[in-house]
Ligand binder design. Sequence first.
Ligand code: SAH
Ligand code: DHB
Ligand code: MG
Length: 222
Amino acid sequence: MHTLWVAVDQYINDLFPSDPTLDSVLHLTREAGMPQINVSPVQGRLLYVLALACNARKILEIGTLAGYSAIWMARALPVDGKLITLEVDPKHAEVARANIARAGLAERVEVRLGAALDTLPQLAAEGAGPFDLIFIDADKINLTTYFDWAVRLARPGSMIIADNVIRGGEVLNATSDDAGLQGVRRFNKALAADPRVTATILQMVGSKGHDGLALAVVRGEH
Ligand code: SAH
Ligand code: DHB
Ligand code: MG
């Protein structure tokens, strides 16, 4: 079944024009020996479409890696738009900055180095928001805390997206001793009961296996 998911994902990707800039980011991620845990090309395109649908002028990302998803989303920004992406690993941040510059997006994208639990309060203190779109894709242990910061840094109507909320179906395993998995389970449960947002959870298959995205829109009063 997995090979069919991959083949269909490839089929979808091949329908669209090839994209040497984004392909080179994936190549350089591998070359740099970084984990290949970026979103897939088809998922990146989904983030791009959603950023356009949100009319996003300000985007926040938590978890940069090599800048692959950041470049997809930043392409949806108007010239005076801004994307801030948070990354804890200095090497990842450095590779990402180079990739973002190569994509011609250095003016619109800021890679901020630090643990998100430190940089999120910084952003709030600076009055950096409200962000129109927030993509959460860092460690899963603190997912619920990141989501709370995302809501604080958003406005009514903002979209918040969280990656990896299905984990190959492992979310069904209530007794898992994987702390990240338990973080995801806590998050999904809290999300469904959160009166501040209207949300859904989308399971997906493709070249990255079986996983999913949580999609939330911030409500008018909270
Ligand atoms: N969004 C990227 C993939 C991110 S992978 C893409 O799709 O292209 C997750 C990233 O989160 C890694 O680079 C990891 O170093 C970073 N990360 C992990 N814990 C973090 C934390 N506490 N604060 C900020 N970034 C963190
Ligand atoms: C992992 C993290 C991710 O953000 C992802 O998309 C896939 C895997 C991980 O930590 O294993
Ligand atoms: Mg992810």
